[in-house]
Design a protein around this ligand. Sequence first.
Ligand SMILES: Nc1ncnc2c1ncn2[C@@H]1O[C@H](COP(=O)(O)OP(=O)(O)OP(=O)(O)O)[C@@H](O)[C@H]1O
Ligand SMILES: [Mg+2]
Length: 602
Amino acid sequence: MPVLTGAAERPEWRFFAALSKADRPLATAWWIVLVLRGVLPAAFAIATGVVIAEVQQHRSTTPGLAAVGVTFILVQVLAPIHQAISQNLGQRVSAWLYDRLTDATVAPAGIAHLEDPTLTDDLTVAREFDAGMTGPPMFLNVEFAATGLLDLITGVASAAVLFGYTWWAPLLLVAGWGATHWLLRESSVWRDRNTDEVRQAQREADYVYRLAVDPPAAKELRLFGLVGWTVERFVARRRQLFDLQYRATRLRERPVLWCLLVVLMANAVVFVALALDAVDGHLTLGRVVVFAQAAVGASLIAFGGLNWVLDGAAAPVVAVLKLEKAMAPAGELSRGRTPAAGWPAREIRFDSVTFAYPHAPAQVLSGIDLTIPAGSSLAIVGVNGAGKTTLAKLLCRLYDPTGGRIEVDGIDLRDVEVDSWRRQVTAVFQDFIRFELSLRDNVAPEGAPDDVVRRAVAHAGAEGLADLDTPLAKAYAGGTDLSGGQWQRVALARALCAVELGARLVLLDEPTAQLDVRGEAAIFERVLAATRDVTTVLVSHRFSTVRHADRICVVEHGRVVELGSHDELMAHGGRYRTMFDLQARRFQATQDEEGQLYDLLT
Ligand SMILES: Nc1ncnc2c1ncn2[C@@H]1O[C@H](COP(=O)(O)OP(=O)(O)OP(=O)(O)O)[C@@H](O)[C@H]1O
Ligand SMILES: [Mg+2]
């Protein structure tokens, strides 16, 4: 059935299908009321004809007037009911689309789909569908679609009444008014809304809008004098969008002239025929009134609302569903079946691991060979961009290596069940998340007994920051915000809590970078104690913490260039020794200048 499949793929049909998927009973009610409203004007025209006939024939006008009254009242009553249904249905459609979008972004096991430039671009455009940037929000779309469809049904129903007059009149009028759809189909509809120019303008408008209204940029916007720039850029991009839309959708003169001609001819023929038949006495006055009304009513078939509405209303549905389809394969990882409970029990081994980020040409890791015995601690050092965080992300299995393999207890990580492996792993990421949740939920997002949470908070030096129930965001009642270092303690507490709940591998990527020097030393002692029995991978630029690790590896140009204990590497006198000495001299200088004793490097 390729024809049917093709029709089902058309944007308009996907929009109508979305109505039912969002809420079938409500969508059914919407259609029923729509059809009822569509045929009522034709019924009203017939009822007026009946009244005229009754008057002319000196019969009782009660049945005719009753019919006129009922249809009139129904027209009045059904309109607001339908409007309410439309708005409700529209809100459900947007909720359904948001659900689809959220599913599409969180369902894949990996995160590559959120870093693919085309998909993120699509996502920016798709997630704005209800913001009124390039079309009305969905509740209005559904209401407009109702109005457009109503016109179409009313027009067809009116034309159908004309079959009571003659077979050719309705066909002629439907063809005449219908031709406007064909003649004007390239006018007034924004077909090329998906060009790079439109998408870029939309993305940039969205970006500066967020800069302006979201709190995180508030400081820099003011300090760096970017307030005017933000406003100007937003206005310019929005104006560009309006211009593009105007150029694409403005009515073209030639098709409009053709439309006028075709419609005028069809109507002239029908009305002249009606007039002649009336004059000849072939038609009674009642029938003339009915058919004349029906002929006027058929004009509602004309190109207009429905096309404009469906074009705009279907675009977000198509964008969201397309994204859903594309994101799944882009972010998915091979889902191995071997459960990982209790791993690593023996070791983690990087075997000639190479890696390049998807959609980025540069190779970040170019042959990492490294074994981390279970229960030991390994520190990774290296310059900015060396690939330290990347190693941690591979261990979380957010990506798979492009070459080589990572083995846990002898099993390729690709063959391990992702969720069960992730339950063995916990991390303080360099760019850890600050949940707008209570302290308790920040420390134990999946839940934990209060005493476990409290212990983790204490080990991370976060006691006294807030009650467990205090929301860690100013925007909430009773909420509080924390300093950078205080937040880092909360992130550490989250990892320590996970260790107590059973995680076997702890990744600490710059976990103390924001801590004051004294706090760092004290907390790191406690963190080491709390993670003594598990495997720990620590990334740090601070050699005061690095030196406590069982072994240290230096990563350079995507390879491990040195590996050994602090003492071994110092004795070796290579890169590690150079970096260590450099930092030691700096601290020494600080100590000399301030006359304070920082007991850091001894
Ligand atoms: N999501 C990404 N997509 C593409 N390239 C990336 C991505 N993340 C990092 N890179 C690149 O990979 C390289 C290694 O980055 P990584 O974050 O692992 O460095 P790092 O050693 O942790 O550095 P730092 O000490 O600054 O934290 C960098 O050149 C970086 O530009
Ligand atoms: Mg890093």
